[in-house]
Design a binder for this molecule. Structure first.
Ligand code: SAM
Length: 247
């Protein structure tokens, strides 16, 4: 059976997504490593390198890491800034945030982090506040992407930067076939064997297919008001990093 995500009404999509991440929260980090063969770490490193959070400054560099889940992006930003940045890790899912809090505690990074349960479509933050808004492998889960982008634009200060890391469209001839075979067969099987349930991982694969191409997504970011929008493909387009500025 499949979730058939493309046919799920918008109003129900969030409930399904929330079920998936409540279910996988405790195994989320291990599954990321297993299923991407560790590649997600390189993509995340590249995202934070691109952000290059400053190590100096009169006031702390403030980042909102939306759909921040278990904290991977936020931890990297704090470390890369020599603990100068303040990162708000925000996610709609309390189970994911709880794992994030525990990991932050273990790494001694809690002083630089806030954890806030919130929906990307409707942020509980004031306008013009953040220096950067990051979202990694999160935006394809949000039912109304245009609302999330509008909120990102609102909470960024003028001069602030948006960075979106997301699975994307593979643009290499052989890799695309391999990737199809891998994602439709191997990923749900690994989910069943390792996590005891293939269904959440079938959702993962379907949500990746349903997400707009690099060019279309860049257009959506421009429509939300961002300037100087561009993107970089990682690993032949398996993932892409989109960047935009609020000016
Ligand atoms: N950013 C983390 C990372 O890269 O490891 C977590 C990514 S995880 C694949 C996707 C996250 O998006 C989940 O933690 C989920 O709860 C969150 N999410 C889904 N819908 C959301 C929404 N409407 N608002 C905020 N977060 C949402």
């Amino acid at each position: 059976a499949s979730f058939g995500f493309r046919e799920v009404p918008l109003a129900e999509k969030q409930t399904l997504v929330d079920d998936v991440f409540h279910k996988v929260a405790s195994r989320y980090d291990i599954m990321n490593d297993v299923m991407s063969g560790g590649l997600h770490r390189l993509w995340k490193d590249a995202m934070v390198a691109r952000l290059s959070p400053p190590r100096l400054g009169r006031r702390p560099y403030e980042v909102l890491d939306m759909a921040g889940g278990t904290g991977d992006i936020a931890f990297r930003i704090v470390e890369k800034s020599d603990r100068k940045a303040k990162v708000t890790v925000s996610d709609i899912n309390a189970s994911m945030l709880q794992v994030g809090r525990e990991r932050a505690e273990k790494r001694g990074l809690s002083a630089n982090l806030d954890f806030v349960e919130a929906n990307a479509e409707e942020l509980p933050f004031e306008s013009n506040r953040f220096d950067a808004y990051t979202i990694a492998f999160g935006i394809r889960n949000v039912p109304r992407i245009d609302k999330a982008l509008a909120e990102a634009f609102r909470v960024l200060r003028p001069g602030g930067r948006l960075l979106v890391l997301e699975f994307s469209a593979v643009d290499l001839p052989v890799l695309d076939r391999l990737y199809d075979a891998f994602s439709f067969n191997v990923i749900p099987l690994m989910g069943r064997v390792i996590a005891g349930d293939g269904e959440p991982y079938r959702y993962l694969v379907e949500s990746i297919r349903a997400f707009p191409s690099q060019e279309r997504f860049a257009g959506m970011i421009r429509d939300a008001g961002f300037a100087r929008v561009d993107y970089t493909n990682f690993t032949g387009g398996i993932a892409a990093l989109h960047s935009g500025w609020k000016i």
